[in-house]
Design a protein around this ligand. Structure first.
Ligand SMILES: [Ca+2]
Length: 310
């Protein structure tokens, strides 16, 4: 065992003379003695166990919420959750006893003198979470108020379409969209635009999912979006679909996620895409000065080379 360790009187006061407490303090660094709301723990509708820190401000619990509150040794804690505009809390609870040296909870690699208070399921809405630290005699030492939004409703996902499409003849009616590109079309910008999405908590993410005809997911693309205009868009000319010769029916859907983590998926659209057949291996037009018709934009005076369209 070796030398006796020397501890000052203030240290002995903190551990209240409990040998076990001294041991615990010696081996675990304890985070500060604030009446901090450390995290919300809950299960979402997908059944995942989620830990969210209060700075996020939005949660999506399918049942009760575990509020982890840190205080300090020899303290009691109290929580009150009140809907904005209401006078009485929907949930309130207080430590049944003073926190002791064994009341250490670890979270994200840190240790806290803390307690977890579990609420019943609370309705969607905006709340204030008040946490208090109390002396062992019951006097309020410190108070903290944190805003919280409970949101379990998915966003409105909106609708999407290719846009703008100024060249070619995309087929957008019927069950399958047929979209193609051509080499002479290099300057035309072609994107999918999603519009009409919204959520009361705000949107955190929009993605576009491309599926192979087999139903296997090919790629999930992050999509730039603006909440102000309620639009999101992504180009589909390159690196969006797999290479295709209008010979595979892909699936395309957009997923809109709100700040509480709820997602809504659009209808899955069937799309065929052509980035091969329209890039001929040999010229598809030859210059003929006697021809005055236009074969394609920019190709006035060219006559079709009939043998190359296979
Ligand atoms: Ca929502």
């Amino acid at each position: 065992m070796g030398k006796n360790k020397t501890r000052g009187p203030s240290f002995l006061n903190k551990v209240s003379g409990a040998l076990l407490g001294a041991l615990a303090l010696a081996i675990v660094p304890i985070n500060g003695a604030y009446a901090d709301l450390v995290k919300y723990g809950y299960t979402n509708s997908a059944g995942d166990q989620i830990n969210t820190e209060p700075g996020t401000g939005f949660i999506s619990p399918s049942s009760g919420i575990s509020f982890m509150v840190s205080g300090g040794i020899d303290r009691k804690l109290r929580i009150a959750v009140t809907a904005n505009g209401a006078s009485a809390p929907v949930f309130t609870k207080e430590s049944s006893r003073v926190l002791g040296a064994s009341d250490v909870i670890s979270y994200n690699g840190d240790n806290y003198y803390a307690e977890e208070f579990v609420s019943p399921k609370l309705p969607d809405g905006r709340y204030t979470v008040k946490t208090e630290i109390l002396s062992s005699a019951g006097a309020i030492v410190q108070t903290e108020n944190v805003p919280l939004v409970i949101d379990t409703a998915g966003p409105v996902a909106g609708k999407f379409a290719p846009r703008p499409y100024t060249w070619g003849d995309p087929v957008l009616s019927g069950e399958v969209w047929k979209l193609g590109l051509a080499a002479i079309d290099a300057l035309t910008y072609s994107s999918f635009v999603l519009d009409g999405f919204s959520d009361s908590s705000g949107i955190s993410k929009v993605t576009a999912k491309v599926y192979r005809e087999s139903g296997a997911l090919y790629k999930e693309h992050n999509v730039l979006f603006s909440e102000e205009t309620k639009t999101a868009s992504i180009q589909y000319r390159t690196n969006f679909f797999p290479d295709s010769d209008l010979d595979e029916v892909f699936g395309l859907e957009f997923v809109v996620t709100d700040k509480a983590g709820n997602s809504t998926v659009t209808k899955r659209q069937k799309v065929m895409f052509d980035n091969i057949a329209n890039v001929p291996a040999e010229p598809f037009g030859v210059y003929d000065p006697s021809v005055t018709t236009t074969l394609a934009p920019g190709l006035k005076g060219a006559a079709a080379k009939t043998e190359c369209n296979t």
